[in-house]
Design a protein around this ligand. Structure first.
Ligand SMILES: *Cc1c(COP(=O)(O)O)cnc(C)c1O
Length: 367
């Protein structure tokens, strides 16, 4: 009997959730210069125009924001050639992923994601009381056949990070279309394209066309990897019936005034986005080459980060490398929770940070 319980208890399943552990942001005591390479932030920082817009809004923080973030939706729509009515903005794309789970999943339902997928999917699926179904990847990449094989009559959502974090691998869009074609019409396909701006591949698409034409596809995006992680701005593009449902569930002022203004200025600053992508293209290639030159395996990445695998000997393990790098101010990301106990994820950093990590690892591996 509920009345007999000595204190409030969370709903069934809530205490089974393993809380998300963000990347470290501090170095051990005594380290003076810290290079944070653990959260895939933009080494070029925010757009200067976004900084200015955020400053300008400070004097008006007494006023509630527009609850529909209309001007931000219009700026996004203009940048991508979309109808603003099919966009919802959110407090980071994490929020919209949670809202999708909350709106489309009930206890007894299942939602599918891949073995090394971005961890928040599982958390939100469990929070909605549904059953998380993780499927095997092939060579650290999503496997369409494995995903389709895991779909049952209870499946309601398939989450696909394309490209995925922390692997950095992606599916060519022909594969995403094949996945969509194989799904029952009542299964929602969530294309999480958090790194779309960084991908430089002719066979890649974020999912705009599919989300604009199918009744069961949405695409989610974020400003976080482009210099506004602290502002918390994400968005979703999808069919009107899904927008309508989500709008009933989301908080009425979920995107704050600072985020709205910084976001508008940021997305209009095409030059900053281009500069960021170009910097990434150059240094991602350089870092991959250097790591391979050091004898380390890297998963081929199209994002703004690199998954680096360490040797089996304890002295040169990912944990040992993490300690060694941290003591020198280089903060990378442990990814044990993602199924990679002996790898580190490194965000592409400034030239100084990138060169510093390679130099430090060179010495570390010789030790
Ligand atoms: C970083 C990331 C997000 C979301 O980030 P927000 O800061 O909440 O917008 C979503 N998906 C993937 C795969 C990510 O790596």
């Amino acid at each position: 009997m509920k009345q007999d319980q000595p204190r409030p208890t969370p709903r069934a399943g809530i205490m089974d959730i393993e809380a998300y552990v963000p990347g470290k942001s501090t170095a051990p005591a005594g380290v003076t210069k810290v290079y944070k390479l653990s959260s895939n932030e933009n080494p070029l920082g925010p757009s200067p125009k976004a900084i200015e817009a955020a400053r300008d809004v400070a004097a008006k923080l007494d006023v509630y924001p527009d609850g529909t973030a209309r001007r931000l939706r219009e700026a996004i729509a203009e940048a991508h050639g979309l109808n603003p009515a099919n966009i919802i903005c959110s407090n980071g794309s994490d929020e919209i992923l949670g809202l999708l789970a909350q709106t489309y999943l009930a206890p007894g339902d299942e939602a599918v994601f891949t073995e090394h997928a971005f961890m928040v999917y599982k958390i939100y699926i469990q929070a909605a009381g549904a059953r998380p179904v993780a499927v095997k990847e092939t060579e650290e990449r999503a496997d369409v056949d494995a995903i389709l094989a895991a779909v049952t009559p209870a499946t309601r959502i398939v989450f696909l990070a394309n490209p995925n974090n922390p692997t950095g691998t992606y599916l060519p869009f022909s594969e995403v279309r094949r996945l969509h074609a194989g799904l029952p019409k009542n299964v929602l396909l969530v294309l999480d394209a958090a790194y779309a701006e960084y991908v430089r591949r002719n066979d890649y698409e974020a999912g705009i066309e599919l989300a604009g034409s199918a009744d069961n596809v949405v695409m989610t995006r974020t400003f976080s990897k482009l210099g506004l992680g602290g502002a918390r701005i994400g968005w979703m593009y999808g069919p009107a019936h899904i927008v309508d449902a989500i709008n009933r569930v989301r908080g009425p002022f979920n995107v704050n005034a600072t985020a709205i203004e910084a976001g508008i200025a940021s997305i209009r600053d095409r030059a900053h986005i281009e500069r960021s992508a170009l910097h990434n293209e150059t240094w991602l290639a350089w870092l991959s080459e250097q790591m391979i030159g050091l004898g380390l395996r890297v998963t081929p990445s199209v994002g703004n980060f690199l998954l680096i695998h360490f040797p089996d000997d304890k002295k040169h393990s990912a944990a040992a490398a993490d300690d060694y790098l941290s003591q020198r101010g280089y903060i990378l990301r442990r990814v044990t929770g993602y199924g990679f106990p002996n790898a580190l994820r490194m965000s592409v950093g400034t030239e100084e940070a990138n060169r510093g990590v390679v130099e430090a690892l060179t010495t570390f591996l010789k030790s």
